[in-house]
Structures are given as structure tokens and as C-alpha cells.
Write a protein that binds this ligand. Structure first.
Ligand SMILES: [Zn+2]
Ligand SMILES: [Zn+2]
Ligand SMILES: [Zn+2]
Length: 222
């Protein structure tokens, strides 16, 4: 019988927002007091430290709330075939997956698939100032809407969503109210993650955006 003791960790870098893969064997984890893994952007690191004989402490800087989160694992938990999904306790954002390589990649693939579908819908991937932040922000708005927390001051909840390169423009289909959600920097993403309700108000600043200009549909034939 062969027991695979290596684990794959995928964590969302707090600096660039991309998932970074780490492959580590339990043997490696127990032989070192502390291992640190830095994202290829050099902006953040995940640290795994041994705690006593059988426990591990994983410290991950969080893109969602800006603090470090500490997760404790027993060796048994890590060896088990389960996949562990670590969520930011403040914003609920999925920030890390730990498990067998196949399972972790599958999780990430399904996240990426959604991402690719968005890119496909829009035609090309350099439309947005920051595609990752735009994608995450769209998901946040989607979650807020699903919980029934996206509505207009007029009582309507039939909201139109337009994507611009650096922001998401929400407008009421029944009145002039609107709301702009910025989505081009990690700072914006942090703000959006903290948003629980979106209320559209008519402050007389409604942008004159034509749908066909903001949602670009173009393929460059490749
Ligand atoms: Zn990074
Ligand atoms: Zn957090
Ligand atoms: Zn309205």
C-alpha cells in the first residue's frame, strides 16, 4: 500500500489576488520548524509552522480583510483525504484550499472555469483594469443579490448591471437610481467584501452609458 503524504495548498495571495500553489510533504512539514512560501509576485507569503509534536499552524495574509488569519491543524486532519477550505472569518472569502493535489486543482478549476466563462462572454481579457478584482467583485454582488440585499430605493429589485473597465455600474430598470461599485484595485475588493447591502439611490448623477459601449463583445479571432 502506498500512502501519499504530500499535500497541495492553494492560497489566494493578499497582494495580487491570484492563487498560488504549494506542494509539500508531511515529512517536510514535520522536519522543519517553519516553512514560508512566497507568491511569485513577491507580495505575500504563507507560513506553516510546527506546533508541538503533532500540530501545524498556518498563517495566511487575507486579501479580504487585510489581516493575517491563523489556522490550526492536527497531523491527522492533514493526512486525512479530505479537502479543507479556509474562509476568511470576517468576509467569508475562500482564501485557501488544502488537500490532495487532484482535489485542490479541481476546486481551483471550477473557480477558474467561472472566470474563463466571464472572459469568454466579454470577448477578451484585457478589457478590465484588474480582471481578478472585477471577477471577485461580480461574485460578491451576485451573492448580495441572491440574499435579497440588492435593491433600489423605489422598491424595485430588477437591477441592470453594466461592466466598465474599472467599475460595475448598477442601475434600476424602473427609475433613474444607480450605484457605482469600483473594481480595479485590491483596495476596492476589500471594500466590496465588506459590503452586505447595496441600495440604489437617485442622486442625480446617473451616468449616460450605452450598453453596447460598456459591455464589449469582441473576439480577436485567435
Ligand atoms: Zn501574489
Ligand atoms: Zn480575512
Ligand atoms: Zn428604482
Amino acid at each position: 500500500m502506498i500512502i501519499d503524504t504530500s499535500k497541495t495548498i492553494a492560497y489566494k495571495c493578499s497582494s495580487c489576488g491570484a492563487f498560488q500553489f504549494i506542494n509539500i510533504s508531511l515529512f517536510e512539514m514535520s522536519s522543519k520548524k517553519e516553512s514560508s512560501f512566497t507568491c511569485r509576485c513577491n507580495g505575500s507569503s504563507l507560513v506553516i509552522a510546527r506546533e508541538g509534536l503533532n500540530d501545524y499552524r498556518i498563517v495566511i495574509p487575507c486579501i479580504g480583510c487585510g489581516t493575517d488569519h491563523i489556522y490550526l491543524f492536527g497531523r491527522k486532519e492533514l493526512v486525512s483525504g479530505e479537502i479543507h477550505v479556509l474562509n476568511c472569518p470576517k468576509t467569508g472569502m475562500q482564501q485557501c484550499f488544502i488537500g490532495n493535489d487532484e482535489d485542490v486543482r479541481e476546486k481551483l478549476d471550477s473557480l477558474e472555469k467561472e472566470f474563463d466563462e466571464l472572459i469568454d462572454t466579454l470577448g477578451y481579457d484585457n478589457y478590465f483594469v484588474n480582471t481578478q478584482v472585477m471577477f471577485d467583485s461580480l461574485n460578491i454582488i451576485h451573492d448580495i443579490a441572491e440574499k435579497g440585499n440588492l435593491f433600489c430605493e423605489c422598491g424595485n429589485n430588477d437591477i441592470e448591471l453594466l461592466l466598465l473597465s474599472d467599475k460595475i455600474y448598477l442601475r434600476c430598470k424602473k427609475c433613474p437610481a444607480c450605484k457605482i461599485i469600483y473594481a480595479s484595485t485590491n483596495e476596492h475588493l476589500k471594500n466590496n467584501l465588506q459590503t452586505k447591502h447595496i441600495l440604489l439611490v437617485d442622486d442625480g448623477q446617473s451616468l449616460d452609458i450605452k450598453t453596447n459601449e460598456s459591455i464589449v463583445k469582441k473576439r480577436d479571432g485567435k
